[in-house]
Design a protein around this ligand. Structure first.
Ligand code: NAD
Ligand code: UDP
Length: 337
């Protein structure tokens, strides 16, 4: 297939480009590099032997989006591009609504105008809000806790309406749980700008000496060791999930939400201890107060992904920690030289 990958230079996008090229697809990346480095695409080329075509442009630039579709006939789009930091979205809601919503509207309009109706969209388990019960199946109630989450929910709603009005759409909404880890080559991985908000990049940066100490946000939750539970999914499993979604688009009419998670929950302390095992030493860490807004537990019911996409996560927590450490130790400053 000829695929346009928005946000393809980013963390999940670059891993998905690798899998897509390996599967024989022709890949064009559309990314404005606002949260990525073009070096990630050099690394994709180093891993696969094929350099994806690259359009450096902004989804907010409608003419640039149109030009991308004028230039090539795409069979499908994988739409990763967006801003994703929860805290930043609370501080800068307009920027999040503008970038994520207007950018997506431009993309969907040009897809429709160019007769491209196959779409895989990066949604998130954040659309389940603060879950009442776990595991989370796709039919669980949806809500948003912050502007970032609201952009995901609204884009899902827009796509549901578009698919209901126009039967030519084939859309899969992939609701990711907690993507972590890196490609086993150690050539691509997560490279957040500034101080990481998420647990795994914080751990890896403490391990490599960029940060002094890990704060564990709360050890008095009603869980087996008092720390919160999440469904950590290896980014390569996630990338493979996108390929399975692409392959299933034809048979999936309308707009279909699918969880991408392992179905297993790990506590913060369990993840930290697995990582310490991979590194071979304890990390400096302390118990800190709870982080406001954190859900006690979130993990997927991954049944639908297996049934509809034929996809199941293959890599466990040890592979996740090994690969995250391999990436961070080989690239202590990420993609920066
Ligand atoms: P990322 O920031 O590494 O990748 C996003 C990419 O989109 C970046 O390369 C950025 O430069 C690009 N981009 C942003 N706005 C753009 C615009 N207007 N025009 C063109 N390019 C633009 O993030 P990621 O972790 O790879 O996440 C990819 C997608 O998955 C995002 O939509 C994110 O919300 C979603 N998601 C991520 C997680 C996670 O924990 N990483 C969890 C659930 C969902
Ligand atoms: N967390 C932590 N210290 C950190 C970052 C995160 O203890 O420096 C905890 C956080 O409270 C949550 C879990 O790790 O319980 C996962 O957090 P993350 O932000 O990675 O994912 P999310 O909460 O968005 O699912």
């Amino acid at each position: 297939m000829n695929i346009l990958v928005t946000g393809g230079a980013g963390y999940i996008g670059s891993h998905t480009c690798v899998e897509a090229i390996k599967a024989g697809h022709a890949v064009t990346v559309f990314d404005n590099l606002c949260n990525a480095s073009a070096e990630s695409l050099n690394r994709v080329a180093a891993i696969t032997g094929t350099r994806p075509d690259f359009i450096q442009a902004d989804l907010l630039d409608r003419a640039a989006v149109k030009a991308a579709f004028d230039a090539k006939a795409y069979d499908a789009v994988i739409h990763f591009a967006g801003l994703k930091a929860v805290g930043e979205s609370v501080a800068k809601p307009w920027e999040y609504y503008n970038n994520n919503i207007v950018g997506s509207l431009n993309l969907f309009a040009e897809m429709r105008d160019h007769g491209v109706f196959n779409l895989v969209f990066s949604s998130s388990a954040t659309v389940y809000g603060n879950p009442e019960k776990v595991p989370l199946a796709e039919g669980a109630p949806l809500s948003a806790l912050n502007p970032y989450g609201r952009t995901k929910l609204w884009i899902e709603d827009m796509l549901r309406d578009m698919a209901a009005a126009e039967p030519r759409w084939h859309i899969v909404l992939l609701r990711y749980f907690n993507p972590v880890g890196a490609h086993e080559s150690g050539l691509i991985g997560e490279d957040p700008g500034g101080i990481p908000n998420n647990l795994m990049p914080y751990i890896t940066q403490v391990a490599v000496g960029r940060l002094k100490e890990l704060s564990i946000f709360g050890d008095d939750y009603p869980t087996r060791d008092g720390t919160c539970i999440r469904d950590y999914i290896h980014v390569c499993d996630l990338a493979e999930g996108h390929l399975c979604a692409l392959a299933s688009l034809d048979k999936l009419q309308g707009c279909t939400p699918v969880n991408l998670g392992t179905g297993n929950g790990f506590t913060v302390l369990e993840l930290v201890r697995s990582f310490e095992k991979a590194v071979g030493r304890p990390l400096p860490r302390r118990i800190a107060p709870r982080r406001p807004g954190d859900a006690v537990a979130s993990y997927a019911d991954a049944t639908r992904a297996a049934a509809l996409l034929g996809w199941k996560a293959k890599r466990g927590i040890d592979a996740i920690c090994r690969d995250a450490w391999n990436w961070q130790s080989k690239n202590p400053r990420g993609y920066r030289p």
